[in-house]
Structure formats: structure tokens, C-alpha cells
Design a protein around this ligand. Structure first.
Ligand code: HEC
Length: 149
């Protein structure tokens, strides 16, 4: 009985990781940290956030309680989650806040939507910059020039 349960679980995991919705095969080119920092400043992320370990003078605050980015305390644990939280913020909301601090009445994230204004290159650089402030699980980048015997 125990074994069949275990088998079912492993099967479930394997099935999930290969389904059409799985992040398998997901790969982005390497981003540029310096350009990413410029994007971070240019798009006013700090008007709603504080980035742990990053000192900046913030002139305008849009949220009473800034949402903390970086470090290990946040819910973001992988590169894919970090990227998702920028392009699809309502997918999974930050934890450790009261509802009204992070979402509107419809349950949507208060985070600004950048999808129509940020270029893909900016996004890649931004996430590379942010990533350096997180302790994320390693993201296995595809190495196109390698082959496996
Ligand atoms: C108008 C306010 C606002 C702005 C501007 C804003 N955000 Fe957010 N952001 C939020 C709120 C509120 C949350 C928490 C709800 C959620 O998880 O979407 C959040 C969540 C996040 C998270 C996930 C945090 C976690 O622990 O789950 C990341 C990463 C993030 N924002 C990055 C950015 C970046 C990068 C920018 C600038 C390009 C930005 N945000 C601009 C309001 C904002």
C-alpha cells in the first residue's frame, strides 16, 4: 500500500513536470545587472517596494507599507517565481501582509502592470538584477552548445 502511494506520488510529480504548463524548457538569455538596476529605478519599483540590501533615497511612496523584495524571507523561491511575480503579479500574492496592503477588492495585486511598457530585454535585465538580491534556488539555464552523450 505504502509503495503504491509513493508510486502514485512520483508519477504525479513526473506527470506535472512534463505537462504543457510545466516550466520545463524555460530559458532566458543572461541579463545584465547594471542595466537591470537602471530599469528598477526607471520604473519606480521603489515607490511600492524596499529591496533588502539596496540603499536608495525614495521620494515618492505609493504604498503605506512597502513590500519587501530580496533576501530569504519572501515567498519568491525560484527564478521562475521571481519572473512571474513581475509579469503576472496576481498569480500568487506576496505573503505576510494584510489583504488590503497587497490587493484590491477583486483580489488582484496592487502591483502595477508593466507588460505593455517594459521590453523583454528590460525584463530580463531587471530580473537578473533582482535575482542578485535573493537567495533563490538555482535556475538551470540551457547551454545550447553542450551536448550530452
Ligand atoms: C503601485 C505599487 C507597486 C509598484 C510600482 C511595483 N510593485 Fe511589485 N508589488 C506590489 C504589491 C502590492 C505586491 C504584493 C502583491 C503581489 O505579490 O503581487 C508586489 C509584489 C512584487 C513581487 C513579489 C514579492 C513577493 O514576495 O512575492 C515582486 C518580485 C515585485 N513586486 C517586483 C516589482 C518590480 C521589479 C517593480 C518595478 C518594475 C514593482 N514590483 C513595482 C506593488 C507594486
Amino acid at each position: 500500500m505504502k509503495h503504491s502511494l509513493l508510486f502514485a506520488f512520483v508519477f504525479f510529480l513526473t506527470a506535472c513536470s512534463q505537462g504543457p504548463e510545466s516550466p520545463r524548457g524555460f530559458s532566458l538569455p543572461e541579463g545584465d545587472l547594471e542595466r537591470g538596476e537602471q530599469v528598477f529605478v526607471q520604473y519606480d519599483c521603489l515607490s511600492c517596494h524596499r529591496l533588502q540590501g539596496y540603499d536608495a533615497v525614495v521620494t515618492e511612496r505609493e504604498l503605506d507599507t512597502p513590500i519587501i523584495l530580496g533576501g530569504t524571507v519572501t515567498k519568491v523561491k525560484t527564478y521562475a517565481e521571481l519572473l512571474t511575480s513581475v509579469i503576472n503579479p496576481s498569480h500568487r500574492l506576496a505573503s505576510g501582509y494584510q489583504d488590503e496592503q497587497i490587493m484590491d477588492d477583486a483580489g488582484q495585486s496592487l502591483m502595477r502592470n508593466y507588460n505593455d511598457i517594459m521590453t523583454v530585454s528590460e525584463l530580463i535585465d531587471l530580473v537578473a538584477f533582482l535575482e542578485s538580491y535573493y537567495e533563490l534556488n538555482p535556475y538551470a539555464q540551457s547551454h545550447y552548445h553542450m551536448y550530452y552523450p
